[in-house]
Ligand binder design. Structure first.
Ligand code: GLV
Ligand code: MN
Ligand code: MN
Length: 419
């Protein structure tokens, strides 16, 4: 490998790319600067339309599958060959920022547009995917589109998903105009020759070290759990403390156990979060009779994640036994980590050195659709720095220069992979 293909001059339209990122950010369920686009909400539907228009403007041909993954393709001279893929997501959790996922979709469109302007002629087709529901907000399960594409979730399980209002995936996708069979979402074997996702780092390392590009060698394994606690309600003035079965207090003990288990797992990479905690009836003068928690637990290593989970389960069992609470503890997902593909990583690295951009091999602590693309294709990710490592908050920020560098590296890497 020799870095960028000789003679290939890429000019990323950084102002145009920034304008698009800013325009998409205005399509939100919440006022700016907050971005919220939950799967199949009205904002997500308008965001999808924005993505289609941007893909067409980049000269790409569109198709959509039955779960709403959007594919934007530039046919190569040998269209029967496995394609080189890229892409990310444009859904956004409540109270998010504008760069998570979006940079990897709009940035990849600009990478392909720049390759076209440069006169590049791909042998393999180049394809950008906007994955449906990378974020778990609606169904509690992240990476729904890429899981179905990779076949790592069964169609039966996907059909059984319910949102907090009890609506099914089939109801919601039908309302959004997606009617094909979910079975058809799975990619044929060998569909992608390679896959490279561009994303903000969502951590502080690149910024701290003043390195413009990260190349992902390993994606940490996410897991999440749903805990429902059934206690006994009653009047907050009349039920004496000694006879209470307060579901919220059992939940509070579990939340603290999650923190403790992550801190004491033996691995600095274990992280545990209770990001959803609802109680019923939710009245100040009523003892909570039910609590509902969602736990997010991750690690780059499965053994320390398993130890943390066992500690959480033990603490939850003890708290519920002591408080007379019935507990349902369900696994939502427990995914293994993914390894980046050494050849794809080496190509991206050589592209960076050829462009005079420093790069760093990294672990992604966040999950991405690449976690699932890595199961069916050689995969890596290109990270760019973001301010203070902030993400999943409105203050998320990446400079136009860093975004453009990421798109340039992506363009050259895809070109290398496509010849
Ligand atoms: C993705 O958004 C994640 O939670 O890592
Ligand atoms: Mn995210
Ligand atoms: Mn993301």
């Amino acid at each position: 490998m020799t870095g960028p293909l000789s003679g290939l001059r890429i000019n990323i339209d950084s102002a145009g790319l920034k304008r698009r990122v800013d325009e998409l950010a205005l399509i939100s369920e919440a006022p700016a600067p907050v971005v919220t686009r939950v799967l199949f909400s009205e904002a997500d539907m308008r965001g999808r339309e924005y993505v289609r228009t941007a893909a067409r403007e980049a000269g790409l041909a569109l198709r959509e599958d039955a779960v709403g993954n959007i594919f934007a393709r530039w046919e190569g001279s040998e269209p029967g060959l496995p394609a080189v893929g890229s892409g990310s997501h444009t859904d956004a959790i409540p109270n998010a920022g504008r760069y998570d996922g979006v940079v990897g979709v709009l940035g990849a469109f600009e990478s392909l547009a720049a390759l076209k302007r440069a006169g590049f002629k791909p042998r393999r087709s180049l394809e950008v995917v906007m994955f449906t529901a990378e974020e778990p907000t609606r169904f509690g399960l992240g990476c729904l589109g890429s899981r179905l594409m990779a076949g790592t979730i069964s169609v039966e399980r996907a059909r059984a998903l319910r949102d907090p209002e009890g609506r099914t995936l089939d109801d919601l996708r039908a309302a959004a105009g997606y009617s094909g069979s979910l079975e058809s979402v799975r990619l044929p074997k060998g569909y992608y020759h390679s896959f490279v996702e561009l994303h903000i780092e969502q951590g502080p390392i690149l910024e701290e070290r003043k390195v413009p590009i990260g190349i992902v060698e390993h994606i940490a394994g996410p897991s999440s759990y749903r805990v429902t606690l059934h206690g006994e309600g009653g009047h907050a003035g009349a039920v004496l403390m000694k006879v209470r079965h307060d579901a919220m207090l059992a939940g509070a003990e579990i939340a603290l156990a999650v923190e403790r288990a992550a801190l004491e797992s033996g691995s600095p990479d274990t992280v545990g979060t209770v990001g959803v905690f609802r109680i019923e009836p939710g009245a100040v003068n009523s003892v909570p009779f039910r609590a509902y928690l969602e736990i997010d637990l991750r690690d780059a290593r499965l053994d320390s994640r398993a130890k943390a989970l066992a500690d959480i389960r033990g603490a939850a069992d003890r708290a519920c036994a002591r408080r007379g609470i019935r507990m349902e503890f369900e696994e939502i997902n427990a995914d293994p980590p993914a390894e980046g593909d050494p050849r794809t990583i080496a190509i991206a690295e050589e592209v960076c050195s050829g462009l005079g951009l420093r790069s760093l091999r990294m672990v992604s602590r966040a999950y991405h659709d690449s976690l699932f693309m890595a199961r069916v294709s050689p995969t890596t990710m290109i990270f760019i720095p973001c301010l203070n490592g902030w993400s999943h908050r409105p203050e998320e920020f990446a400079t136009t220069e860093h975004i453009a560098s990421g798109a340039e590296v992506l363009a050259h890497t895809m070109a290398q992979l496509a010849v």
